[in-house]
Design a protein around this ligand. Sequence first.
Ligand SMILES: [Zn+2]
Ligand SMILES: [Zn+2]
Ligand SMILES: [Zn+2]
Length: 332
Amino acid sequence: MILIKQFLTPYILAFAVVMLVFSCKEVKTQGVSEIAIEESFNDSLGVQLVVLGNIQDAGSPQIGCAKDCCKNLLENPDPIRNVVALGLADRKYQKTYLIEATPDIGQQLGAFNAIAFYPPDRLPDGVFLTHAHIGHYTGLMYFGKEALNANRLLVYAMPKMRSFLTQNGPWGQLVLNENIQLADLKADQAMELTPALKVTPFRVPHRDEYSETVGYHIEGPNKKALFIPDIDKWERWDKSIIKAISEVDYAFIDATFYDGEELDARDISEIPHPFVVESMTLFDELPTSEKDKIYFIHFNHTNPLINTESEQYKAVIRNGYHVASFRQILEL
Ligand SMILES: [Zn+2]
Ligand SMILES: [Zn+2]
Ligand SMILES: [Zn+2]
């Protein structure tokens, strides 16, 4: 036994050294790229958009899912799988905004402040909501008494969304205790947040039980972005998505499902999101420069685009599109 141990020890040691070298290399590579991103962020005096989440409302892993898409994630959670949200930072005017208040808001705000070199306890100057479905507004609960106990944090919302929050618990309590202060939004009316940053909501068709649903047009000093995390099939919208993309530099669009295969037991007509394969067919004839603007976002736990090794992910990239990912930074 001792002999075997003596014989094996040098090999074990050599293996350990090799592993150490590889793991150091990995850490170093990650560190360099992260520093490069953060330095560019820090040096800029412009407006930046940061992707803070790309997953559909219910997260990944999703409750009650025993399929391959989620099963390993219960034991090994993937910290970058946050529910869909964007951060906006105007470096010159020192203002930050969140678009969406997701159940992951704590982690997202922490990541955003770290990326932007702000202190970890800095709160956004405002939060914009798209609609009253669980992934898009329930993070507001963390502004209340049991958590942050915020003081009049500005929450921008459309009229029905505002009434929903005011008239229903526990959200009404946030308004009553002045943890949040609701600010009015009107469809197609720009909200000038700083001299360099404008945000404009626009209505989109979606399951509107409690609120309207909006997308946002975001305009920085040099570039514009479109954000539509939830929408019914493109043909149900009274605007052309192709025209909307032509008017911006970046378009973050609903990619809840890659195709119908993910919906085995559920009635497709009840879930009318545009499938990624349908969007790619619609955009197929567009020039490369237009496809290059498109960032798919809002992935259901079953969506193979979450996995960067999947054939579907590779096909989307090969076709000239982007898949939105946590910590992606775009200059506006
Ligand atoms: Zn959603
Ligand atoms: Zn799953
Ligand atoms: Zn929704």
